[in-house]
Design a protein around this ligand. Structure first.
Ligand code: PMT
Length: 315
């Protein structure tokens, strides 16, 4: 697969070697402290249509699911590798991704007239919950339990996922893969991609894209066969959601699919395994008081992971 990635995809923009070393050291150190480690993938992927890229194919994913989940995994004691799309939502700061920071900041005069720069102060009314968020953020920083790794293109994502799997494989069943990223299913092979900007003067554009190989297959079979693997399934038609989730479990033989529908993805999901389906949802009251569906997803999955480790140990 590593060979195929090199042949079919443009070289990654990310520094994969440096990221691989950082992930290996992170996984080794947390595992020797007895901690479980989760790799979260988050955000959409960008697929270039030209080598000197002007245009690309993208998708809607904001990265909120992955960023919120990272916070709850950290709260549950996990060490988290957060493999996320550049500029998609980030743990903790995600809560303020829609604010205009310039409205939240005020300029104050220097402490003494004529001395130093004016000071800058944040107005809490523009930053709901900021005290708690800052406390959580700083305690997470001090604990060293979050390793953020960025990707930009589909090629970056695929190479980094392989590197992450190699880093986590030695941890066996105490490693978890939480694949929430919305990865493109289509790409143009590097050898077939036009070098320069596609000219609109040539008329309507027709492109043929190849299927991206599903990384779940080698991940489960070869890269980290003892790990606890969770994939996601997004559909727009509720009628086919559960059937598609079971099909994924039958095909890839991993442990869990988190199934969600585009219209309701912030308020309900179904946790699907080969022998049960658990509906998780947020009531209107919970929604009003700020409860997030990711809190319930992580509570459920960390329990399943614990049972999975116990079972693996007893075999
Ligand atoms: O980011 P948000 O705005 O919060 O949105 C969250 C989400 C809706 C994107 C997320 O909850 C979600 O459902 N993500 C998966 C979307 C999806 O349906 O992906 P898929 O069917 O293309 O892939 C299924 C699984 O295979 C995914 O876990 C994916 O990570 C994995 N995959 C996909 C393609 C590929 N080449 N290799 C893979 O391993």
């Amino acid at each position: 697969m590593a060979e195929k990635l090199r042949e079919d995809f443009a070289p990654p923009q990310a520094d994969v070697e440096a990221a691989a070393l950082a992930m290996e050291a992170f996984a080794r150190s947390h595992s020797s402290d007895g901690r479980r480690v989760v790799l979260i993938t988050s955000g959409g992927t960008k697929v270039p249509l030209e080598s000197r890229t002007v245009r690309f194919l993208d998708n809607f994913s904001s990265g909120r699911r992955g960023a919120a989940s990272a916070e709850y995994f950290l709260r549950a004691g996990y060490a988290v590798i957060f493999l996320h799309r550049h500029r998609s939502m980030y743990p903790y700061s995600r809560r303020y991704s829609a604010i205009n920071w310039l409205d939240a900041l005020r300029l104050l005069p220097a402490t003494a007239p004529g001395q130093g720069e004016p000071r800058v102060e944040a107005e809490q009314r523009h930053l709901p919950g900021i005290v708690q968020v800052l406390q959580d953020y700083h305690s997470m920083r001090e604990s060293g339990r979050l390793l953020p790794i960025e990707f930009n293109t589909l090629s970056d994502y695929l190479h980094l996922l392989l590197a992450a799997a190699r880093a986590l494989n030695p941890l066996g069943s105490s490693a978890m893969f939480y694949l929430a990223a919305a990865v493109s299913d289509f790409y143009i092979p590097a050898s077939e991609m036009p070098e320069h900007k596609i000219q609109s003067s040539s008329g309507p554009l027709q492109i043929t894209m190849k299927m991206v190989p599903k990384m779940l297959s080698p991940l489960v079979k070869d890269w980290a066969p003892k790990a606890f693997v969770i994939s996601f399934k997004l559909e727009t038609n509720p009628q086919i959601l559960i059937e598609r989730a079971h099909k994924a479990l039958d095909t890839y033989r991993h442990q869990v699919v988190v199934a969600n529908i585009l219209d309701t993805l912030r308020t309900c999901v179904v946790i699907v395994t080969s022998n049960d389906e658990a509906n998780l949802s947020i009531t209107n009251e919970e929604d009003r008081s700020g409860v997030e569906i990711e809190e319930k997803i992580i509570e459920d999955l960390t329990l399943r992971h614990k049972h999975f480790i116990e079972q693996s140990d007893s075999n």
